[in-house]
Structure formats: structure tokens, C-alpha cells
Write a protein that binds this ligand. Structure first.
Ligand code: BG6
Length: 486
């Protein structure tokens, strides 16, 4: 089975910040992969726009290097040169007039125009204003913005207001790339495409839920940004929050943008405030004797930094479905393995007919987002052979690369899916303004509490599972984290 590719209509995509890191690592390679897959039509055009002076040829050389470095998979030299011929470049001043008329002159009438704001949020207003002033705004205009969407509720509200002053919400696409991950969408397919799980998906049958997003990488060259953000703002407020929403939300009536986003919003608004003793922050230490792996403080060049590179917390959702079921969330850098997984931990049977010692365990549904995408249901069966009724746990394992075949399990990168959704005008996998604000409203008091208490994150060893206090957080409830394994 090879997945079907439905080409999108021809479009113009303008990348502000076209020579930046995101364009190089993600946007251009993603577009190229969609071109090779037959989804981006030849008539489509991509226009890089940035302050630096280049001509179209130089921009094509930049894109070619980016694709060679970051586009996975095999492709022909012909495909690459055809794709590059679709690229153009304009030197532009976001705060002045340079380049705007030239850009407007390059756009094709009557087709989708997506403006990708791959620049600092301080420029959003300037760009939006000039898109209007130079007559480039139409019904088919779409604005794509990236995280961080604000630093707190106040800044997020200001950004929303800036965008809303120029474009209706239906034209604004806020990217959270976790929503573009294949298995994240599978969460909805598994929950709402099967009768099996939904009747059990509530506090009566689910003991608790664990969401783990573990990374092996450190802060790398992003120290300046990261030290002002930390894991709470960088990962928890957006990526883990989105996963929590998809796991916990009520079934939307249709798989349509506002129906889905309304349900997610209700989850965020029903989240309890997190108690200070239900949250643990950590910061990674160096690996002794290993110069290649500096401590967090060395990596960000701030010996007194109190920013967390790890956070674990327990929260509850106060609604009929989930009251009483704790959600444990954790994320961190420089951990033991790269592993993003959601574990739905079901309750034990009310009574074991086989006796306490038979070896019966509760069912666990594990949804692995990355790597090794797939879903596993841990079930109890009889240990084969004579000798009485001894029970063992076995996985009903649906590793996608095995279940679907390697070709279909070669999933598109999240950006491939999301950019094509922008062109198609489908906002389902993008965050609405009120969702982002609600997520900040939940996050802000947690961060304010740390600041008021001068909280110092707990050190943890690089390559470990995080600080010991994070284990205690869940062990106090007589539960334990599932292992962090690739
Ligand atoms: C980004 C964060 O949004 O997501 C990074 O800013 C993080 O700090 C990254 O490393 C993780 O994304 P992925 O797709 O590698 O899991």
C-alpha cells in the first residue's frame, strides 16, 4: 500500500526570513520533499525574502545546500534542479519600503499566497501592515507564524491583537509542529475511529496518563533564546499541552478546524492550577570528563542560570470525564534517550480470580510519537505450558514500519504536512489564538511562582532520566514512570 498524494493548487509562498535557520533546516527541505512526492505542482513558486542582498541564483544555491544537508531520502538531480527553478528572491526591509514593490510585482493574481513569518515576533505587525499597503492581501492570503507565540499571556495577547488588526483568524496559521507529526494525528484516528477505546477513555477505567517528551540533545547553539524560555515555555506550554488536549478532549462532532479546536480549548480551560509541590524543575550537568557535553550553564554561557532544561508535573482536568485521573507530564533535554510517548495506564481489574501471585498487571496503551512510531497495547495472557495459571504481559504491537510496510511508514516531516495544509486552507492542525492564550493563562502562574520563590532547578546528570525528585513526584502516589527507552 502506498499512500495517495493529492496535488495542491498552484500557490505563491513567500518566506520572510528566507535565509534563516528554519528555512534552511525545515521549510525548504519540506517543500522539496512535497515536490518530489508530486504534491507541490510545478507552477507553484517560492520567494525567499530577507534583508541580505542576494539574487535568485544565489538563493537557489542556498536552497540547494539546505536540501542536500537536510532533505532525507533519495531524489534525482533533475528533480532538484526543477524544484530550484521555482525559487526566487527579494531583498526586503521589513521596516521600510525596500523590496516591497518588487515583491508585489512577482505575485501571481488569483492564487493562494502564503506569507511565512519566519522572523522574530517584533516584526509581525510591520510585515502585516506592508502586505496590505502594497496590495498583496486578498481572500486567498494566509499568514503562517511560528512559536514562540509570546513569552506569557500578555505578550501573546498583544501578538494576537497585532495579527487580528490586519487579518481575520481564518487566515492565520499558528504552527505547533507537534501537531504535524504523523502519530499525533493518529491519536485522533485511534480514539475516534475505533469503538474499542472510547468507552474506556475516562476516569472510571484509566488510572492515570503519562506524557513524556525526552530529548538527548542539549540546548546546542540556541542558548540565548533558551535561557530566557526554559522547558516550561519551550515545550510544556505548547507541544505537551497539545498532546494533552488530543488525549483528553471530547469527541468533536466533525473533524473540522473549529470543532476540534473548540474541544481542545475546553480541556485547557478545565486544567487545574498546578500546585508548587506537584512540579519539579531540573537542569542538566556536564558529563564528567567529556568536553563535548557541557553542562546547561556552560552551554548557555550563564554560570548562575536558574532556567530549567527539564520539567515534570502532575495536573488534573476538572470535568466529568477526567475528575480523579492524574496526568503526569515531563520533558527534558540531555536525557537518556530520544523518546516521545504517551502511556494510558488503565486500572487493574476489580478482582483477580487468579489470585494475588498470578502475575496480573494493568493494561497499558502506549502511543509512541518518535522514534519507532507505533502503538502498543500491553495485555495479560497465560504463560504457555503446564504448571498452573501463571500470567504474563505481552504487547499487541503495531509498529507502523512493520504494520504498514517501510514505504508507507516513511512519514512526511511535520512541516511537509503543515505547509500543505496551509496551502489547502485547512486549519485543523494549527493553534487558534484563544487556545494559545488559554495555555499561557495556565502556564503563567507556575512560572510566576518560581520567580517569587527564587526557585533553583534540581541538577540532573546528562544521559539520565532526569532529577530524582521527578521520580518522587509520581512515586508519592504509589505509581512510577515508564522507562525512557528509544
Ligand atoms: C522545538 C523546541 O519546538 O521542538 C526545541 O524549541 C525542541 O527545543 C524541539 O528540541 C523538539 O522537536 P522534535 O520534533 O525534535 O521533537
Amino acid at each position: 500500500m502506498v499512500s495517495r498524494v493529492i496535488p495542491v493548487d498552484p500557490f505563491d509562498l513567500i518566506i520572510f526570513g528566507g535565509t534563516g535557520d528554519l528555512a534552511r533546516r525545515k521549510i525548504l527541505p519540506a517543500l522539496f520533499r512535497r515536490y518530489c512526492a508530486g504534491q507541490m505542482p510545478f507552477e507553484a513558486r517560492i520567494i525567499g525574502a530577507a534583508r541580505s542582498e542576494h539574487d535568485a541564483e544565489e538563493y537557489r544555491a542556498f536552497a540547494s545546500d539546505a536540501i542536500r544537508e537536510f532533505a532525507v531520502g533519495t531524489y534525482s538531480a533533475d528533480a532538484l534542479s526543477e524544484f530550484l527553478s521555482r525559487l526566487d528572491y527579494v531583498t526586503i526591509d521589513a521596516m521600510g519600503d525596500l523590496g516591497w514593490e518588487e515583491l508585489a510585482g512577482k505575485l501571481t493574481e488569483a492564487r493562494v499566497r502564503a506569507f511565512y513569518f519566519s522572523v522574530g515576533p517584533g516584526l509581525f505587525g510591520e510585515l502585516a501592515e506592508r502586505i496590505h499597503a502594497y496590495g498583496m492581501a486578498s481572500k486567498e492570503t494566509r499568514i503562517v507564524v511560528e512559536k514562540p507565540f509570546g513569552h506569557d499571556l500578555t505578550t501573546a495577547q498583544a501578538l494576537n491583537a497585532t495579527l487580528a488588526a490586519h487579518f481575520p483568524e481564518s487566515q492565520v496559521y499558528r504552527i505547533d509542529h507537534y501537531l504535524g507529526k504523523e502519530t499525533v494525528q493518529n491519536l485522533m484516528a485511534v480514539r475516534f475511529g475505533n469503538m474499542l477505546f472510547e468507552p474506556l477513555w475516562n476516569a472510571q477505567y484509566v488510572d492515570h496518563i503519562q506524557i513524556t517528551v525526552a530529548e538527548t540533545v542539549g540546548v546546542g547553539g540556541r542558548g540565548e533564546y533558551y535561557d530566557k524560555s526554559g522547558a516550561m515555555r519551550d515545550m510544556m506550554q505548547n507541544h505537551l499541552m497539545q498532546l494533552l488536549c488530543l488525549i483528553a478532549m471530547e469527541p468533536p462532532a466533525q473533524f473540522e478546524p473549529d470543532a476540534v479546536r473548540d474541544e481542545k480549548l475546553k480541556v485547557i480551560r478545565a486544567l487545574d492550577a498546578v500546585q508548587p509541590h506537584h512540579i519539579v524543575r531540573g537542569q542538566y550537568d556536564a558529563v564528567p570528563g567529556d568536553d563535548g557535553h557541557p553542562s546547561y550553564r556552560e552551554a548557555v554561557d550563564n554560570p548562575r542560570s536558574r532556567t530549567e532544561s527539564y520539567v515534570a508535573l502532575k495536573t488534573h482536568i476538572s470535568n466529568w470525564r477526567w475528575a480523579g485521573t492524574p496526568f503526569y507530564l515531563r520533558t527534558g533535554k540531555r536525557l537518556k534517550a530520544r523518546s516521545s510517548v504517551i502511556n494510558v495506564m488503565f486500572k487493574n481489574t476489580p478482582h483477580s480470580i487468579f489470585g494475588e501471585d498470578a502475575g496480573q498487571h494493568a493494561n497499558v496503551l502506549s502511543i509512541r510519537l518518535q522514534p519507532n512510531e507505533g502503538i502498543t497495547l500491553q495485555v495479560t495472557i497465560k504463560e504457555p505450558g503446564p504448571g498452573g495459571m501463571r500470567l504474563i504481559d505481552v504487547p499487541l504491537d503495531m509498529t507502523f514500519s512493520e504494520a504498514l510496510g517501510p514505504e508507507d511508514a516513511d512519514f512526511p516531516d511535520a512541516y511537509e504536512r503543515l505547509i500543505m495544509d496551509v496551502i489547502r486552507g485547512n486549519q485543523t492542525l494549527f493553534m487558534r489564538g484563544d487556545e494559545v492564550e488559554a495555555a499561557w493563562a495556565w502556564t503563567d502562574p507556575i512560572i510566576a511562582g518560581w520567580e517569587a520563590r527564587n526557585d533553583v532547578p534540581k541538577p540532573y546528570e546528562s544521559g539520565s532520566v532526569g532529577p530524582r525528585d521527578a521520580d518522587l513526584l509520581i512515586e508519592r502516589d504509589k505509581r512510577s514512570w515508564r522507562g525512557i527507552t528509544p
